[in-house]
Ligand binder design. Structure first.
Ligand SMILES: Cc1ncc(COP(=O)(O)O)c(C=O)c1O
Length: 427
């Protein structure tokens, strides 16, 4: 492979103040950003424009499953880009077909539609539900409180959190929320208009809360009985993050009666492309042809470039057994975080999660945080940044660890000891 020469920096003064100034003057301020301007990364580390190094335990919010600047991904990008980057979905391309086959192989008999993001993948599921129920006048999709499904208009209607909806009313019709992990509430919520239920296997933005096996199996039985589609949003918890390809496969691995469990549709994005944008939804065989020619489309969906990268990501995860590694290291980190909750209850209330999807719930009223308006999660994250670790807040009280699946054992140890240093100083 030819040596890749990095492009010169796009701005003359690559320092924090000048980068922030460019944003202040030119970028829509819809994000709450941390006071960090990042310049490059390698493996599990990211560097800011001043050269400070951070252990990246946030993974770009569960995206960088192979870390930064993975040589095989760079090589695939260059090779495929020099062959065919995009042709549109008016034609067949081999990488898209092969990637669909890899996904089907890992979930079950069905078909795949490709999009560019998680929200767009979920939009496809909403449309499928509408098509499925159309002739009977059924259109309503039930989703869970505290869920997160994306920021499109239908996405914020589906999301079970008021903060994403505020100011954008009237809401897209056809969504209603039910309490998570509450099967009785799901049964009670079904109306003649209900056509589908959509849930995350592990709620991410909502604070890292896994579904119980009984909830998943119960929803399957409910959907079968009431002729509803059961959809799962695997955008954040999927792609081996929990140690299995999809979180339901991990949650149900020891549950009796779960052998045949499979949802009717499942959305994915984030880690699917390891940092290159790609989303997708899988749909179970009986419904796989519901969206016929002309009913759904996306110009950039499933480009040869995106699919070639995603195929390489699959290949590396499988060859290096990163699923088992994420599970072992992640479950080990969870034990350490639980120890912190025991030793420092005034700072850490609880730790939970599966594999490399971990949540640290902070105690309420940490004295050192009292004088600031910022949430505990943001203040804790700022302190971790100062200590050289990146994590992701989830709500106001929880921080998430979503590290690359190829995190090394010594990096996991480094992360835990830096988190402990910060916790100790707050105790
Ligand atoms: C569970 C879940 N669904 C959907 C989305 C939306 O994905 P995207 O931001 O790629 O549109 C997210 C993003 O965080 C998510 O966590």
């Amino acid at each position: 492979m030819k040596e890749i020469v990095p492009a010169p920096p796009a701005i003359v003064r690559n320092d924090y103040e000048s980068v922030r100034d460019l944003f202040a003057r030119n970028v829509v301020p819809s994000y709450g950003r941390f006071d960090l301007a990042l310049s490059h990364g390698a493996g599990s580390y990211v560097f800011d424009v001043a050269g400070k190094r951070y252990l990246d335990l946030g993974g770009g919010i569960a995206v960088n499953c192979l870390g930064h600047a993975h040589p095989a991904i760079i090589e695939t990008l260059v090779e495929q880009a020099s062959k065919l980057m995009h042709v549109s979905n008016l034609y067949y391309t081999e990488p898209q077909g092969r990637l669909a086959a890899e996904i089907v192989k890992r979930i079950g008999a069905g078909k795949v539609f490709f999009s560019n993001s998680g929200a767009e993948a979920n939009e496809g599921l909403y449309k499928m539900a509408r098509k499925f129920g159309h002739d009977e006048g059924r259109f309503e999709i039930l989703t869970a409180t505290n869920s997160f499904h994306g920021r499109t208009l239908a996405g914020i209607a589906a999301t079970g959190q008021e903060k994403v909806k505020k100011g954008f009313e009237p809401a897209t019709p056809g969504f209603r929320h039910i309490p998570y992990n509450d099967l009785d509430a799901a049964w009670a919520a079904i109306s003649p208009a209900t056509v589908a239920i959509l849930i995350e296997g592990v709620q991410g933005e909502g604070g890292v809360t896994p579904a119980t096996p009984a909830y998943l199996l119960g929803l399957r039985a409910l959907c079968d009985e009431k002729k509803l589609l059961l959809f799962m949003d695997g955008v954040q918890d999927g792609h081996y993050r929990t140690g299995k390809f999809q979180s339901f496969q991990r949650i149900l691995e020891t549950a009796s009666g779960s052998e045949k469990f499979v949802p009717d549709g499942l959305s994915m994005a984030k880690s699917l492309g390891g940092g290159f944008p790609i989303g997708a939804f899988w749909v179970r065989a009986p419904y796989a042809d519901l969206l016929g020619p002309g009913t759904h489309a996306s110009t950039f969906g499933g480009t040869p470039l995106a699919c070639a990268v995603a195929l390489k990501v699959f290949e590396i995860i499988e060859r290096e057994k990163l699923d088992a590694q994420a599970r072992k290291l992640g479950d080990g980190m969870l034990n350490e975080l639980k120890r912190l909750a025991q030793v420092y209850p005034a700072v850490v209330k609880n730790a939970r999660g599966l594999g490399f999807m971990l949540g640290i719930e902070l105690a309420e009223k940490i004295p050192a945080f009292a004088s600031s308006e910022k949430s505990a999660a943001v203040q804790f994250t700022n302190r971790l940044h100062a200590a050289g670790v990146m994590v992701i807040p989830a709500g106001t009280q929880t921080i998430r660890l979503l590290p690359p699946l190829n995190l090394k054992p010594q990096e996991a140890d480094e992360g835990i000891s830096k988190i402990e240093e910060v916790v100790k100083l707050l105790a």
